[in-house]
Ligand binder design. Sequence first.
Ligand SMILES: NC(=O)c1ccc[n+]([C@@H]2O[C@H](COP(=O)([O-])OP(=O)(O)OC[C@H]3O[C@@H](n4cnc5c(N)ncnc54)[C@H](OP(=O)(O)O)[C@@H]3O)[C@@H](O)[C@H]2O)c1
Length: 239
Amino acid sequence: MQDGSIGSALVTGNSSGLGLGMTRVLLERGARVYGLSRRGCPEAGVSGDEPVDLGDFTATGNAMDRMLQGVDSLDLVVLNAGLLGHMQRMQDAPMDELRRLMDVNTFANKVILDALLQNRIRVGQIIAISSGASVSGHAGWSGYSLSKAALNMMMQLYAHEFPADTAINAFAPGLVDTAMQDYLCDEADRESFPVLQRLKAARGTQDMPGPEAAARAILATLPRLHQTPRGSFVDIRQL
Ligand SMILES: NC(=O)c1ccc[n+]([C@@H]2O[C@H](COP(=O)([O-])OP(=O)(O)OC[C@H]3O[C@@H](n4cnc5c(N)ncnc54)[C@H](OP(=O)(O)O)[C@@H]3O)[C@@H](O)[C@H]2O)c1
């Protein structure tokens, strides 16, 4: 897999956006692709697809066990599923929303990684899709930033628990033109949160590729991640 060939992969959040783009590109390259999301993957050729709300940890663990029965190795695991929540000041963020963001963006990935360890599935490479917002601390990102910062640390901690030949990183994919950007560019409050003006300006340019182009760019960087410290946060824009 360090040669860049991927025979099998698990991609969470495979129903839309980057996860669907990643699934399509991997299928096109002949990989066996498994996935999880609430709506399910619209692609017919996937090897396993479990509709599940990742905020339901019991259902997620069961879905993993069911889907990966008979699977003994995966070349790639992409922990991609994620929720944005609202752009808002911390003092305005409802506790319920913060908890939901932590559950889906952070803790669900513990359930998934634990299922891989418990089922003794050998994994070549793990990337947890994080964000520049996990480290930038700009106003407004609220629970999203918190959940992605915690995700970064979770990858550092799991790096001690997966075998040393499993590459593992938190990975910021750069801007990708998906449903998440519909909210950020069109609905969120650009006056209160000026960082959104940069996103609006990038939309429709090469600075915000579509999901499949972004997936190809990410897949091209994967071999280089083997040279980064295990567990580290990597931003595609700095590679
Ligand atoms: N777009 C960007 O510019 C950008 C930049 C940096 C990082 N990211 C990250 O990239 C990842 C993909 O986001 P995207 O931009 O492709 O957004 P998206 O189109 O909204 O996709 C999000 C995916 O996550 C799944 N998901 C969300 N909540 C879930 C839940 N409770 N249970 C199961 N699946 C759930 C969704 O599936 P269902 O709705 O079917 O459940 C969907 O497949 C996210 O982690 C995001 O934080 C995106």
